[in-house]
Write a protein of this length. Structure first.
Length: 199
């Protein structure tokens, strides 16, 4: 039995931090896991910038409420879910993801959570497990599932490479150049065809 494992941001929804960077006028917050492979380092840096600007969770959630899934993502997910079990495995947070999951028809999401202090500021992160994407696909495989994975960032590569088939989707030119053996797609039609072939 197969489980299709998808990254969230950049694959089915826009990058939350880029949207928040644009809304807040803080260009430094455009940096994502496409740019910084060390997620812990990236989040500490983000929390420092948020605190410097006095921006708490509610400011981020206000922006997230305006974000829609990428065009075609809902139809892609619906068709893929008709063919296979699908899990979105993301380094995002429960406090960010809920309105986006509602717009996508409530697919299964494995993600992390934020620690929020009494002032409503992001004070820390609670990662579900170390190397959450790789750990999850290995756990699924240990239960007898075969995984097929896609993502766009550095933190998706281990999950993709550990799976029986894996693809880059709308990734950066640098990541594609560094991983020339991984099929790379730009459209949901092509990505769906790749999943169908792997299933």
């Amino acid at each position: 039995m197969n489980v299709c494992c998808l990254d969230m941001e950049g694959v089915v929804v826009p990058e939350i931090w880029i949207a928040f960077s644009e809304a807040s006028g803080i260009p430094e917050l455009r940096r994502t896991t496409r740019d910084e492979p060390d997620y812990d380092k990236l989040m500490k840096w983000r929390m420092q910038i948020l605190r410097e600007h006095g921006l708490g969770l509610s400011a981020i959630q206000d922006v997230i409420a305006t974000i829609d899934p990428l065009p075609g993502a809902r139809a892609f997910l619906d068709e893929l879910r008709s063919l296979s079990q699908v899990i979105i495995i993301s380094d995002t947070f429960e406090q960010f993801a809920k309105p986006l999951m509602a717009k996508l028809g409530w697919p299964t999401l494995f993600c992390n959570s934020l620690e929020i202090d009494e002032d409503g500021m992001v004070a820390g992160v609670h990662m579900r497990c170390p190397e959450s994407k790789l750990t999850t696909v290995r756990g699924l495989q240990a239960m007898g599932f075969e995984t097929i994975a896609t993502g766009d960032s550095y933190n998706d590569l281990a999950m993709i490479r550990a799976s029986k088939a894996g693809f880059l989707f709308r990734s950066t030119e640098q990541i594609k150049a560094d991983n020339p053996d991984l099929p790379a797609y730009e459209s949901f039609d092509d990505l769906l065809a790749a999943f169908k072939a792997a299933l």
